[in-house]
Design a protein around this ligand. Sequence first.
Ligand SMILES: *Cc1c(COP(=O)(O)O)cnc(C)c1O
Length: 479
Amino acid sequence: MARQTRERVPKQARELLRRLPRVDEVTAHACLQGARRRLGVAALTAQARAVLHELREAARAGRAPPDLDAVAALVAQAAGRALGRQVGRVINATGVLLHTGLGRAPLGAGAVQALAESAGRYVSLELELDTGGRGPRAGFAELALSRLSHAEDALVVNNNAAAVLLALAVLAAGRGVLVSRGELVEIGGGFRVPEVLARSGARLIEVGTTNRTRIEDYAQALGERDGVAAILRVHQANFRQIGFVERPPLAELCRLARQRGVVLVKDLGGGALVDLGSCGLPGEPTVAGCVEAGCDLVCFSCDKVLGGPQGGAIVGRAELVQRARRDPLARALRIGRLPLVALEATLASYLEGREDEVPALAALRRDLAEVRERAERWCRMLGERGVNAEPVEVAGAVGGGALAETPLGSVAAAVAADDIEAVAARLRAGRPAVIARIRAQRLLLDARTVLYDEDDPLIDAVVAAVGAATAPSPRPPRE
Ligand SMILES: *Cc1c(COP(=O)(O)O)cnc(C)c1O
């Protein structure tokens, strides 16, 4: 029986597959002349191959392929989409403050101004202006990070993945690194602790169990194994365990590492430079807290709760940071000049005690009453323009792996319309695009994550999207 079915399908499919046009017939089609000019033949051929691949899969499943003209039209569509995929401005109404898909932290006014002044100019990137000689690339940022985290030294790189990779490569290549089985996690975007560790050249030594790892497990592994260079402690980011769970306090693990002469590296994830407990969000460790607990090196991102541009940092003991700085890998992982300019301006805000200039922190600190008032104002503005909306309490998220178990209390304007999916699609297609969640057939516009000067473009976009979606049968004006 099974064999018969298997034979019958291919025969039928072969017939359908034969009807598919060849890739060169498609790319030569008249309707692709414009796309051929804009993309070049090689890239257009790749687009056509991708479309034909899907049609081939469909044919194998028994669906008849479209004719040449229709295939060419599909390729034209795909080429148009690819060309229109340039990164552009978005209004974040999702309720996730640090959304990796939306570029994580928006920059503050100081960082934007610094970029505006220097992006189109030459900059004193590696120049000592007083002597005219060669200077360090990220001297100010590294000094500021040391100061803010109470660490001896700091090194800035391209992102936190680079920071962890570099720290492990420098300290532990060819040697062992202890990691709790409960921390062998995938963070997202392909950052998997065991894979990054392997790529650094270090050898993973698993300790404890998935749910419980005790200090004795580390001590035993250190006693049994030769050539252990480090203990890696990983922030579990968006992963949570509940119930029968145990891991030693960070300070205790640091003490053990020191006693046994191995280095403790902490992958902190988002580098909180201030205590988020002050925003009613306790539980996220700060960089300074990790340094004070006794970590030799702490690695973190600059575009998560720190609120800066893409970047990564290694802070900690001067001798170890210096080894990382001198490693050839550091050159390959260095930060670009534009993010560096933005990072320095962001860190200057912290140094001067003006953290509220950092939009991510300001949004975290804004109290719920103010967020509610804003959502209510949006509902009034929408109502006046004929769009039905009401304020609802929602649970947002910090994002970026921070405080995964603490919902970020917020209020949204919940918009009702006939075809809510179509409204959301129109909002995504707009300029600027608006990204929002749909819950229970309503569009939720989160009043905590939309930036504070974006009320008007948001309301205009929603009015247009709802109006367009209901255009064929306009609703009577309300009130
Ligand atoms: C986000 C994160 C990373 C990766 O940081 P990038 O800056 O995105 O490279 C690594 N480890 C942890 C624990 C994280 O939360």
